[in-house]
Design a protein around this ligand. Structure first.
Ligand code: IMP
Ligand code: MG
Length: 177
């Protein structure tokens, strides 16, 4: 069922998103000067964020992707994480940054973080475009955060509701979800 247009309310404009990503790119480039970075994008939600972020990073950067899904659809994460696509590049000894669209309960990132840690990277950090901090159920924090938001469900800029709305250039909250 589509979400009626009158329920969308703009939360972050494309200009605001671009501004925060420029800042994140600068911070990362500064922190990793003299190093090579391996970005690990978490599909599907982060595909636009990764694409924009990597162009704001000025140090040598490689990229790989994983695909995770938490069971259940709609707006609630189940806490049961399924790995649908594994890394293709070895990360042992590398400086790795996980790039995620949003941290909600934290279950998805916790599962991925612990899994990647077992592969012995030189360093492992987390960059999330959005942090829903008050929703956290496990103890995991991002090292780089674009925007921090309160409770609520959002769509656009890669974020979906039942696989729709990823293509919206701005981010909206949707009421009653
Ligand atoms: P977590 O495991 O509860 O932290 O859920 C993280 C995942 O749930 C993210 O990677 C998103 O794909 C999805 N998610 C969480 N909140 C939202 C939202 O407000 N809109 C769309 N997707 C969301
Ligand atoms: Mg997702």
């Amino acid at each position: 069922m589509p979400i009626p247009r009158e329920k969308w309310k703009i939360l972050y404009s494309r200009e605001r998103i671009a501004e925060e990503i420029r800042r994140l790119g600068k911070e990362i480039s500064r922190d990793y000067s003299q190093r090579d970075i391996l970005l690990v994008g978490v599909l599907k939600g982060s595909f636009l964020f990764v694409a924009d972020l990597i162009r704001e990073i000025s140090v040598p950067t490689m990229i790989d992707f994983v695909r995770l899904a938490s069971y259940g659809s709609g707006t609630q994460s189940s806490g049961i994480i399924e790995f649908r696509k594994e890394l293709e590049m070895p990360i042992k000894g590398r400086d790795v940054i996980i790039v995620e669209d949003i941290i909600d309960s934290g279950y998805t990132l916790e599962a991925l973080y612990n899994k990647l840690l077992l592969q012995d990277p030189r360093s492992l950090k987390i960059c999330s475009l959005i942090d829903k901090r008050i929703r956290r159920e496990v103890n995991i924090e991002a090292d780089y955060v674009g925007m921090t938001m309160d409770d609520g469900f959002i769509i656009g800029y890669g974020l979906d509701y039942n696989e729709h709305y990823r293509n919206l250039p701005d981010i909206y909250t949707v009421e009653g979800f």
